[in-house]
Design a protein around this ligand. Structure first.
Ligand SMILES: [Ca+2]
Length: 528
C-alpha cells in the first residue's frame, strides 16, 4: 500500500490523515523495538487521539434542500455552507419515519419505529428503550441536551442520558407566549426570555464553558425548535427574501396529468388538513408560509455559526465532529400536499452534513443511503463503542471514508408510517428506498401501490407500478420488502385510543374526491 493511493479516490483527507498517522506510529514501533511482530495489527491501525467530542444539531422539519450548499435557489446560509465545505454532505440521507416523535426516538435509540414503539406524536411510553447518550456517559463523556424533546410532550422533565438538560413542553414557542411560559433547566422552571433558536444556543455555549475540556470529551445535542410550524422568524430576519418570487412546485397543479397513476389518497389529501386546498383547515398562503420557513432557517444558520466559532476559539475544531440533520422533511405543495408523513422524497429525505477533520472527508459528497437510525451507532463508533445489539442502524464512519466497500453497505432502506386517528388522510405505508427505485406498499387502501425510477423521475411524477417492463422489479422489491418486514418482526400495525374525529374536514369549494383508476375498473367480470 502506498500513501499516494488515497489521492486517487474521492476527497478522502480523513483516510489520508489516518494513514499518515498509522505509518508514523508503525515506523516508531520498528525504531523502538526492531520487531514488528511484537505488535498486534490493531496497535498501529487505531487512532492515537482521544475519542472526539461530538456536536449533533437537529433541525425540526428541515427539508433536504433547505440551505444554499444543499442546492436551495435563494436561501443564504453561510455557516451551514462553511460546514459542508469543511466536511461531508450526505445527499442520500433519510428518516425511517417522517414524523417528529417517531423519528426522534429512532435517532436516540438507533431503532426502527416498530421496535421503539413511539408510533405517533402522542405515545409516551419510553420505558423499554436505551438512549445512545447513556452509553456515552458510561464511557466518560459529558452530555448535554438543549431544545425540543417532544416524546411525551406533556412533560419537560430531564430524560436519561444527559448531565445537562434544557427543554420545554411539546413543540415549545419561538417567542415566549406569556410570562408564565418556562423552560426546564435541570429540573427547574426558568422563564424563556427571547427567541428560542438564539436562547438554546446561549444555553449550549454556556454549558460548554463549564466543561473541563482537557479532561472530558463532550456530547452536545442541540435540538432546535426551528423550523417547525407555525413559523415565526427572528425579528432580524422578518423581512428576508421579501422580494423573492416563490413558484409552486410543478406537481402542485390539480391536473389529470399530475394525478395520473397516483393512489387515490394523494388526490383526496389535496383537499384536507395536509393539502393545498384546505391547509390546516384554513386559507393559508403556502408561498408566504414557505417564505417564513426560510426566514426561520437563518436563525438556525446563525446558531451553527456561533457553535462553530466557539469550537474555533477554544481550539476544539480538530477533535470535534459536528453533525447537522433534519428530523424529517416537509412538502410545500408537492403532489398538492403539505407537511410530512408520506414516503415521497420531500418528506423522507433530510439534510445531513458532517464535519470533523480526520474523521470525515472535507468538501466531499457521500451518496450511500444513510438514515436517522445510523446516528446513534455512528456517534458511538466515534467514541470507540461497539453498536449495541438492539440497534437497527449502522455506523457510517467507514463508508464515508471509503474504508467500507459499497457492496457491504445497505442497498435498500426500509421506511414505515402508521395511519393516525388524528390525521386520517395519510394511510399506513411501508417502502423500500433503493439507490434507483422506490417501492411503496400501502396497508388499508385498495387502488394501487407505487414504484418510482428516482434516476429518471426524481420528483416522483410517474408511478411505474403497472409498467410492463418493470414487473420483475416490482416483484423483487415487493418480495424484498415483505422479507425485511418479516425478518424484523414488523408485520403488525399498532394504534392508540381514538379520542375524536381527527382532522377529517374538506373544503366545499376545494377539489373533488379521486375517482378509481382504470387499472381496477372492469367492464363485466374480472377476466375482462
Ligand atoms: Ca419534525
Amino acid at each position: 500500500m502506498s500513501l499516494s493511493c488515497c489521492w486517487s479516490r474521492r476527497a478522502s483527507s480523513a483516510r489520508c490523515t489516518r494513514l499518515v498517522r498509522s505509518w508514523a506510529v508503525l515506523g516508531l514501533s520498528f525504531l523502538l523495538f526492531g520487531l514488528a511482530g511484537l505488535f498486534p495489527p490493531e496497535a498501529y491501525a487505531q487512532d492515537s487521539r482521544r475519542a472526539p467530542n461530538v456536536v449533533f444539531i437537529l433541525i425540526d422539519d428541515m427539508r433536504f434542500d433547505a440551505a444554499a450548499c444543499l442546492g436551495h435557489p435563494f436561501l443564504k446560509t453561510p455557516h451551514i455552507d462553511a460546514m459542508a465545505k469543511n466536511g461531508t454532505n450526505f445527499t442520500n440521507a433519510f428518516v425511517t419515519t417522517s414524523l417528529c416523535s417517531p423519528s426522534r426516538a429512532s435517532i436516540l435509540t438507533g431503532q426502527y419505529m416498530h421496535k421503539h414503539h413511539v408510533v405517533d406524536n402522542n405515545n409516551t411510553d419510553l420505558s423499554n428503550v436505551v438512549f445512545f447518550p447513556e452509553y456515552l456517559q458510561k464511557a466518560g463523556y459529558k452530555t448535554g441536551f438543549f431544545g425540543k424533546w417532544h416524546m411525551g410532550g406533556g412533560t419537560d422533565e430531564p430524560r436519561p442520558g444527559f448531565d445537562q438538560w434544557v427543554s420545554f413542553r411539546g413543540q415549545g414557542h419561538y417567542y415566549p407566549p406569556g410570562p408564565k411560559w418556562t423552560l426546564n433547566v435541570n429540573g427547574k422552571s426558568v422563564p424563556q426570555k427571547g427567541y428560542i433558536t438564539d436562547e438554546l444556543t446561549d444555553y449550549a455555549i454556556d454549558w460548554l464553558d463549564t466543561i473541563d475540556k482537557e479532561k472530558d470529551p463532550f456530547f452536545l445535542y442541540l435540538s432546535h425548535k426551528a423550523v417547525h410550524a407555525q413559523f415565526h422568524p427572528a425579528e432580524r430576519h422578518k423581512d428576508l427574501y421579501s422580494d423573492v418570487k416563490i413558484e409552486p412546485p410543478a406537481s402542485q397543479a390539480n391536473t389529470q396529468e399530475n394525478y395520473e397513476g397516483k393512489p387515490m389518497w394523494v388526490k383526496n389529501q389535496r383537499n384536507s388538513w395536509h393539502g393545498v386546498d384546505f391547509p390546516y383547515h384554513s386559507s393559508l398562503d403556502i408561498a408566504e408560509y414557505y417564505r417564513d420557513y426560510c426566514r426561520c432557517i437563518n436563525a438556525v444558520d446563525d446558531s451553527v455559526g456561533r457553535v462553530r466559532q466557539y469550537l474555533k476559539d477554544h481550539n476544539l475544531e480538530e477533535n470535534t465532529v459536528v453533525m447537522l440533520m433534519g428530523d424529517n422533511g416537509f412538502l410545500f405543495g408537492e403532489n398538492g400536499l403539505i407537511d410530512k408523513r408520506n414516503a415521497y422524497e420531500e418528506s423522507m429525505r433530510v439534510p445531513l452534513v458532517v464535519e470533523g477533520p480526520g474523521y470525515f472527508p472535507k468538501d466531499a459528497t457521500e451518496t450511500a443511503v444513510v438514515a436517522n437510525i445510523d446516528i446513534g451507532p455512528t456517534v458511538l463508533d466515534l467514541a470507540g463503542i461497539k453498536t449495541p445489539e438492539q440497534m437497527d442502524g449502522m455506523s457510517f464512519v467507514k463508508v464515508a471514508n471509503g474504508d467500507q466497500a459499497a457492496k457491504d453497505w445497505r442497498k435498500n432502506l426500509l421506511y414505515e408510517y402508521y395511519w393516525e386517528w388524528n390525521f386520517p388522510h395519510t394511510p399506513t405505508m411501508f417502502a423500500l428506498r433503493g439507490e434507483r427505485y422506490k417501492f411503496i406498499q400501502y396497508h388499508g387502501i385498495w387502488d394501487t401501490d407505487e414504484l418510482y425510477d428516482l434516476e429518471n423521475d426524481p420528483h416522483e411524477m410517474h408511478n411505474l407500478i403497472n409498467e410492463p417492463g418493470l414487473q420483475s422489479t416490482v416483484r423483487d422489491m415487493r418480495n424484498a420488502l415483505n422479507k425485511e418486514l418479516a425478518q424484523r418482526n414488523a408485520m403488525q400495525v399498532p394504534f392508540g385510543a381514538k379520542r375524536g374525529n381527527g382532522a377529517n374536514l374538506r373544503r366545499e369549494s376545494g377539489s373533488d374526491a379521486a375517482e378509481f383508476p382504470e387499472s381496477v375498473i372492469r367492464q363485466r367480470d374480472a377476466k375482462n
